[in-house]
Design a protein around this ligand. Sequence first.
Ligand SMILES: NC(=O)c1ccc[n+]([C@@H]2O[C@H](COP(=O)([O-])OP(=O)(O)OC[C@H]3O[C@@H](n4cnc5c(N)ncnc54)[C@H](O)[C@@H]3O)[C@@H](O)[C@H]2O)c1
Length: 253
Amino acid sequence: MQISGSSAVVVGGAGGLGEATVRRLHAAGAKVVVADLADDKGKALEQELGVRYVRTDATDEGDVQAAIAEAEAAGPLRISVDTHGGPAIGGRLVNKNGEPLDLAGFRTTIDVYLTGVFNVMRLAAAAMARQEPADGDRGVIVNTASIAAYEGQVGQLPYAAAKGGVVGMTLVAARDLSPLGIRVVTIAPGTFLTPAYGKAGDQLEAHWGPQVPHPRRMGRSPEYAALVQHICENDYLNGEVIRLDGALRFPPK
Ligand SMILES: NC(=O)c1ccc[n+]([C@@H]2O[C@H](COP(=O)([O-])OP(=O)(O)OC[C@H]3O[C@@H](n4cnc5c(N)ncnc54)[C@H](O)[C@@H]3O)[C@@H](O)[C@H]2O)c1
């Protein structure tokens, strides 16, 4: 699929992995819409790159539709990348005081990290379905899971459940959308050092870096963005979850 001339929406595009993706797709010639809740960062990207920023809550139907409409106005929407984050609760299923993990917090985590991805995917696919195919392809949807989907750590149950849901949606979405010529691929990152961590990044690198078999460091957001570009351009990648983790497997703690 040709990136140049396509429209792309990047949900969470003002975040660490998202910004790198916005820059990469923009450099490859896509007309990019940054859909995020971080107004300052989104507007700064708008100013710097000439991309469009649309304030968007991934879990909100109207917001996502507005971001997609903005992308469609710029050209055929062929790329939807979802890298949004948000609040996630943590804690053991039963804590040291014998209290069960909070139900409302679990629901919030699922809403942001799973329902939000579903919302973006369904609305992006419907928009892609409205346009003419190019060589049989209408577009590609890239989701972001985590290796926590496979080996969630102690205290990560809600997040792992949501990311497991993103993994589970990938093949069935690709099957559902195959008659429309729309591909669906999910990236499951290991630990990535992004600017969002600020000074805490050094501590994270010191903790995680030595645990990664090779390269012995955290991932960098341009490495994530490079994979997004490859997924867009490689028409035979579909229905797959790709781990991007330097062979890291999360230990229990
Ligand atoms: N960084 C890592 O090590 C890592 C590892 C595995 C998975 N991931 C996943 O990758 C994704 C991006 O991670 P990141 O490190 O870039 O995070 P980040 O915090 O830097 O960026 C997330 C972005 O999402 C935006 N956002 C928050 N709630 C939103 C909402 N409801 N709707 C739209 N946008 C919203 C934030 O404003 C922010 O710009 C997340 O889903 C995260 O779980 C990250």
